[in-house]
Design a protein around this ligand. Sequence first.
Ligand code: NAP
Length: 325
Amino acid sequence: MRVVRVHAFGGPEVLTLDTVEAPQCLPGALTIRVGAAGVNPVDTYIRQGAYARLPELPYIPGWDGAGIVEEVGEGVGRFTPGDRVYFSGTNAGRSTGAYAEIAICRELQVHLLPESLSFAQGAAIGVPYATAHRALFHRGNAREGEMVLIHGASGAVGMAALQLARAEGLTVIGTAGTEAGLSLLQAQGVTHAVLHGTEDSARTIWDRTGGRGVDLVIEMLANVNLDTDLTLLANGGRVVVVGSRGRVEIDPRQTMMKESAILGMALWNATEEECSEIHQTIAPMLREGELWPVVGPEFPLAEAAHAHERVMASGAHGKVVLRMD
Ligand code: NAP
């Protein structure tokens, strides 16, 4: 089968298209003929060798994908060959990933894909929706009626957070870096869409809260925004740091005055059982169209290096995916 592998950590050029033996199905596992694989920013950090947990070399990157069950191992009860599924995490999460024509996954990592969703949309569910769910509800304790600022709502996690927050009855201020991004947020039903990265961004967000502040911030770029986020909170507000790409100076006094909190979150701290529970929770919402994964740029498997460059650039507006065809 064709796979993309990394033989040495480095830039996007280390992603090579190789031909390898297809994985043998194992007890408790499934093999899946992959239709599309999701490209997450974390795939690039790992490829670069700049991540806390690194796989043994060579490895096949990718956590998320969707396709058709090919074989089920002994003890697998929820699936049969031919089922349309999406998955998040692949067997052992080490050397065998989603950038492959066939992936091997443990049963808990696999979920039924509604007929209404394409494989590309299925590849956009795993990490983004589980991260958004954990950030909003597990760490951020988001409650119906609250106002949330999703700072970076036009990306994969942000769009998932916007849809989940709306479904829970929150008022959502979402930010994007381009006019096209703002239009996308409006089409997704955001309450207020605001351009990030301008001199007026913070003032505009504050005005949209009616001068009260937001109850919760879901932050995709904390190294740029955290200090300002603290000024945008209402009393007792929380900031959940989902993404950060460097250091930042903050004024801790801001947290005292409003008794606010800064909370970190990392999906890797969630157990496989916790992730599986999140996917069970969102399953009816995916079936009923309440959640609708938005796909951005698509690349063939052989162009994984371009996909890695794309996912680190701004303005993608939806999930970057690799197609197996
Ligand atoms: P993505 O699809 O590339 O989205 C990135 C988002 O950041 C876009 O909405 C982008 O908006 C926005 N952005 C750019 N400049 C910004 C600014 N100045 N202020 C606010 N937002 C800005 O990536 P993703 O998959 O959604 O992931 C988002 C971040 O979360 C990444 O850093 C990723 O590594 C991290 N992450 C963390 C976890 C975890 O467990 N903690 C899990 C998944 C992802 P425009 O493109 O419109 O400018």
